[in-house]
Design a protein around this ligand. Structure first.
Ligand code: ZN
Length: 272
């Protein structure tokens, strides 16, 4: 599942092909995604020009004069740029073609993603308005985490993966940032000191920025809009390291299931 760095990479990759481009055709092959694609979407998007593409949490927003197309990639969604006449492939459910003869294709084998439309402020859309702060925003600080954690008895890993607290941190980056900050993922969020949240907030920003620089983490077949893979998987220090030793202290790494997500940690480095 793409997380913040992967979604940011997708937005940056798509922009040169679609921004300032007029939509010529809208084709829906299958509207049965997590939420049905709205019936009026073709009418709303017809002849519109994409003004801007940006991200809020893991939602991709395409702005037009009339409103905003909201895309979520779910578990297995991808957005690809292909020549407009390229034959449509399996699982390509939604295709836009543009005046520059390119097409934007939403492909999603598992169909947990979403394609929605709003002609109001997209940030106030029911799916977006509850989203927490952006971790790369200046207002995301140790104090913010510390204050929000006061009433949270859950494990710190689940706390930082809660999109209503902070958006875009999924399982891969939650494992990485807690390892970097030397915090045990199981520690109750409300028992962590402000000082340790200072280290964590710093590591979150550092690791997410580095992952964006490396165009995200490519696991299985995730590629960006031009089929290119990211390289942050080569920088991962703990995620996916079954039966490996800690790169800091050589202790054998531990992995458990926490909230159905595989959680990796070093019992020596992350002992509280
Ligand atoms: Zn260690």
């Amino acid at each position: 599942m793409p997380e913040l760095p992967e979604v940011e990479t997708i937005c940056r990759g798509l922009a040169p092909s679609i921004v300032q481009q007029k939509i010529i055709t809208i084709t829906i092959y299958n509207n049965k995604l997590r939420y049905p694609i709205p019936k009026n979407i073709s009418k709303s998007l017809a002849k519109q020009t994409i003004q801007k593409i940006y991200r809020r949490g893991k939602y991709i927003l395409l702005t037009t004069k009339k409103g905003t197309l909201i895309i979520h990639l779910g578990m297995s969604g991808t957005l690809q740029i292909k020549p407009k006449n390229h034959p449509s492939g399996k699982h390509e459910h939604f295709i836009l073609t543009f005046a520059n003869d390119l097409s934007l294709r939403y492909k999603d084998p598992r169909r947990f993603g979403a394609i929605l439309w709003t002609n109001k402020d997209p940030l106030k859309h029911p799916l977006l308005k509850k989203l927490g702060i952006e971790p790369l925003d200046n207002n995301f600080t140790a104090n913010y985490l510390y204050d929000r954690a006061k009433s949270k008895h859950c494990a710190v890993k689940q706390f930082i993966m809660n999109n209503e607290v902070v958006t875009g941190i999924g399982n891969i980056y939650a494992n990485e940032v807690l390892f970097a900050a030397k915090i045990n993922p199981l520690t109750a969020a409300n028992t962590i000191t402000l000082h340790r949240y200072q280290i964590l907030a710093k590591e979150i920003k550092k690791i997410l920025r580095s992952a964006i620089k490396h165009r995200g983490t490519t696991i299985q077949d995730h590629t960006d809009s031009h089929g290119k893979q990211g390289s942050f998987q080569n920088k991962l220090k703990i995620y996916g390291k079954f039966d490996e030793n800690c790169c800091r202290c050589q202790t054998k790494l531990t992995h458990i299931k926490l909230g159905q997500r595989t959680t990796f940690f070093c019992l020596f480095c992350q002992n509280n």
